[in-house]
Ligand binder design. Structure first.
Ligand code: NAD
Length: 488
């Protein structure tokens, strides 16, 4: 670990198996105190060029290895991550603001599991074959790695989402140049320290740190990077799509959400309220799958609202290291201000703020007085056309409103430009089938939330994304298919 005289952590790029210092740096903040604690390389074209060159050089050797050989390396990386779990947990919490508990239960175990999952999954895919007897032909498909994969990830689940891309990319024989969010780069840098020990050959995984407009843009515009897997905001995805269009790159885009919960009168309310509080506020509401619009059948609306607000008030926000807290700090001052501005907008439009921002005071230690904390906030009385309902807030804020019929519930659920996930609360199986078909979302959870089978497709429709990731989908995305015809 490199430190300056002010004891700041100074990160370096990881290129061709070596840590390479960068000339200029960006400040990175501890969200729970508002203090700068880390310097992140401010990479640009030069650094990206070096990383792509290293990845290109490593490609022939890595892609020629068998899936089993590559899987061994991925499993070793998972072992090492698990052996250093607590160090990663502390770092992720400090860098992102999330609670230690969340990092320990979700981020880091899942990051290790991503490697293990794709190490196993890559061994079990089959390709297609078809006979054309009348032509004396046999047709079959083969799949080959694409080349150098460009991977760009956001700040909300830093290592979790980065490994969700690196693991399938290298399992299928590609080499990668990854760029994590400039706001949360530390755990990616720590992972680089494990690469050699895990047996990852130099150049197979390169990580270039820096901002989107400099490092990200250079990666997306590099002619030798034929594939970009991006997770982040819809606005950035639009820029990436434009920038990569002249090169006809393969794109996977996992974007924002404005996810509805549809609560019908026959729902198990205890289970629904407990889960919907979690789905609205977990990780400070900074999960693309978080519920931010709750539509409740009118006959149970008052009861639901009262009980939901009572449960939200018990969702504790405070110092990330305290296991009693459910939420820590938001990612940045700017983001906190943005999230607060939506609550102010709701108020100015006549909405009711039942709890949270402006209603409940947080009790924070002096040291955390400048941290970016915000309590779980519940709003009602907002019109469907309001920006509060239409735009992704990406914070601990959720809106509740009533509906009268199933048609109305579905239409309200679909009335936004996003289509990532939805939750449906009902005991009526026929209704589950009807609503799941009609709701515009890539993921529909019934009577649960965030249950993930990594074999199945993950991703959104409409402005929430293009393409899907997961077992077979990632395999397809990170490989090129060829159809081979043999005439005999
Ligand atoms: P962002 O779009 O601002 O940044 C994401 C990444 O893109 C960062 O690494 C950033 O540096 C980079 N970037 C920014 N501009 C770029 C450019 N011009 N060219 C190349 N790269 C560029 O998103 P964020 O604020 O980091 O993350 C929050 C967003 O991510 C939310 O909208 C959230 O819903 C979404 N998200 C989606 C999923 C999903 O799976 N669908 C998961 C997590 C987060």
């Amino acid at each position: 670990m490199s430190k300056t005289s002010e004891q700041l952590l100074v990160l370096e790029n990881f290129i061709g198996g070596k840590f390479v210092p960068c000339r200029s740096h960006i400040d990175s903040y501890d969200p729970s105190t508002g203090e700068v604690y880390c310097k992140v390389p401010d990479s640009g074209e030069e650094e990206v060029e070096a990383a792509v060159a290293a990845a290109k050089e490593a490609f022939p050797g890595w892609s020629e290895r068998s899936p089993e050989q590559r899987a061994q390396v991925l499993n070793k990386l998972a072992d090492l991550m698990e052996a250093n779990l607590e160090e990663f947990v502390q770092a992720e919490s400090r860098d992102q603001g999330k609670t230690i508990t969340f990092a320990r239960n979700v981020d880091i175990p899942r990051s290790a599991h991503n490697f293990r999952f794709f190490a196993s999954s890559v061994l079990h895919h089959t390709t297609d074959c078809s006979q054309m007897n009348h032509m004396d032909c046999l047709n079959y498909t083969i799949r080959c790695p694409v080349g150098v994969a460009g991977l760009i990830s956001p700040w909300n689940l830093p290592l979790y989402l980065l490994t969700w891309k690196i693991a399938p990319a290298i399992a299928t024989g590609n080499t990668v140049v990854a760029k994590p969010s400039e706001m949360t780069s530390v755990t990616a840098w720590m992972m680089c320290k494990l690469m050699q020990q895990a047996g990852v050959p130099p150049g197979v995984v390169n990580i270039v740190f820096g901002t989107g407009p400099r490092a990200g843009n250079a990666l997306v515009g590099h002619p030798d990077v034929p594939l970009i897997s991006f997770t982040g905001s819809t606005a950035t995805a639009q820029r990436i799509t434009e920038r990569s269009a002249p090169y006809c790159k393969k794109l996977s885009l996992e974007l924002g959400g404005k996810n509805p919960a549809l609560v019908f009168a026959d729902a198990d309310l205890d289970q629904c309220i407990e889960t919907t509080v979690r789905s609205s506020f977990s990780n400070q509401g900074e999960i693309c799958l978080c519920t931010s619009r709750i539509y409740v059948e009118r006959s149970i609306y008052s009861e639901f609202l009262e009980r939901f607000v009572a449960a939200a008030k018990k969702w504790k926000t405070g110092v990330p290291s305290d296991p009693a807290n459910n939420n820590g700090a938001l990612i940045s001052k700017e983001h906190l201000e943005k999230v607060r501005s939506f609550v102010a907008l709701a108020k100015s439009e006549g909405g009711t703020i039942h709890c949270g921002e402006g209603v409940d005071q947080l009790d924070l230690p002096k040291r955390n007085a400048n941290g970016y904390f915000m309590p779980a906030t519940v709003i009602s009385g907002i019109s469907d056309s309001s920006r509060v309902i239409q735009e992704e807030i990406f914070g601990p804020v959720t809106c509740v409103s009533p509906f009268d019929t199933e048609d109305e519930a579905v239409s309200k659920g679909n009335n936004v430009r996003y289509g990532l996930s939805a939750t449906v609360w009902t005991r009526d199986v026929a209704r589950v089938h009807r609503v799941a078909k009609r709701i515009q979302a890539g993921l529909v959870w019934t009577n649960c939330w965030l249950v993930r089978d990594l074999n199945l497709p993950f991703g959104g429709m409409k402005n929430s994304g293009v393409g899907r990731e997961g077992g077979k989908d990632s395999y397809h995305f990170f490989t090129e298919v060829k159809t081979v015809t043999i005439k005999h």
